[in-house]
Design a protein around this ligand. Structure first.
Ligand SMILES: [Zn+2]
Length: 278
């Protein structure tokens, strides 16, 4: 690739990272208490994760997301290490991942590292990288930053932890692939006469395809449902309105509808609307 293209590409990536950083730091605020604002927040978060993935891998990608390459493209060095050499009083827990952003005093160079515990199973490792990547996007221009991620399903101690998990899920399960995979799964189960499709089996399958543990799929499933609902609304509002079935609880403006349609038109189909929604 000619140098000029690489420079342009990395400039675009930096601009997108900056946009996502502002969104992740500012987006999850008071008004999110309103149902519509929460649904829209998830939609925006899913869209930003997808833009990042598309910019790095192109539109032809699919499951599983190559989260290690994504991290490296954003300027992170991944290092496998024993992160649990000195078990302390919290030995019932294990550190899986750790992010460090430091300004090297000697070389004046910024170092962005994600350390991953070498004993960690692959699926947990992938989630830990995605989670730390969300922190990285929020802090990449800090002078120094440190955070770690543990194997025990600990409760969040601040909003940033919640935001990091929301974004990590959308990075590992982009909504576009979620829809495509869901439709394939339902059709295949039907065609092979193996129905009905149960939540448990589908979650298990989605976990295998996205290569993250079922726990994290289940954890992120509600946010995927909210985004799915918003996309469905955008495509079916006019039809439903004509049939007197308008969803009046949550308003969707013509602008919002157009934006969602524009962003999803290359994968959302009528068949999805018919088979995947109740
Ligand atoms: Zn965290």
């Amino acid at each position: 690739m000619p140098t000029i293209e690489i420079v342009k590409e990395s400039r675009e990536l930096k601009e997108l990272m900056h946009k996502i950083k502002l969104f992740l730091k500012e987006g999850f605020k008071g008004e999110v208490q309103e149902p519509k604002a929460l649904i829209k927040y998830y939609w925006e978060a899913s869209l930003k994760a997808e833009q990042l993935i598309t910019m790095v891998f192109g539109k032809e990608g699919g499951f599983p997301i190559d989260i290690e390459t994504l991290a490296e493209k954003l300027g992170i060095r991944l290092v496998l290490e024993n992160l649990n050499e000195f078990p302390g009083w919290r030995s019932m827990n294990r550190k899986i991942g750790q992010i460090e952003i430091v300004d090297n005093l000697f070389t004046d160079e910024k170092m962005n590292m994600i350390y991953i515990d070498k004993e960690v199973p692959p699926f947990s490792k992938r989630y830990a990288i995605a989670h730390e990547l969300a922190h990285y996007i929020m802090h990449y221009d800090d002078d120094d930053y440190y955070e770690d991620y543990c194997i025990m399903p600990m409760c969040p101690r601040n909003v940033e932890e919640i935001v990091a998990d929301i974004f990590a899920t959308f990075l590992l399960i982009p909504v576009r692939y979620f829809f495509e995979e869901f439709l394939l799964y339902v059709k295949r189960t039907r065609d092979e006469g193996r129905g009905p499709v149960t939540t448990e089996r589908w979650i298990q399958y989605l976990a295998e395809r996205s290569m993250i543990s079922e726990y994290y799929v289940a954890y992120g499933y509600q946010q995927l449902r909210y985004v799915a609902y918003w996309i469905y609304r955008a495509w079916n509002e006019e039809k439903n309105e004509a049939e007197g079935e308008k969803d009046i609880e949550v308003e969707m403006t013509p602008d919002e509808r157009e934006k969602v349609q524009a962003e999803t038109k290359d994968y959302y189909t009528e068949e999805m609307g018919e088979l995947l929604f109740e």
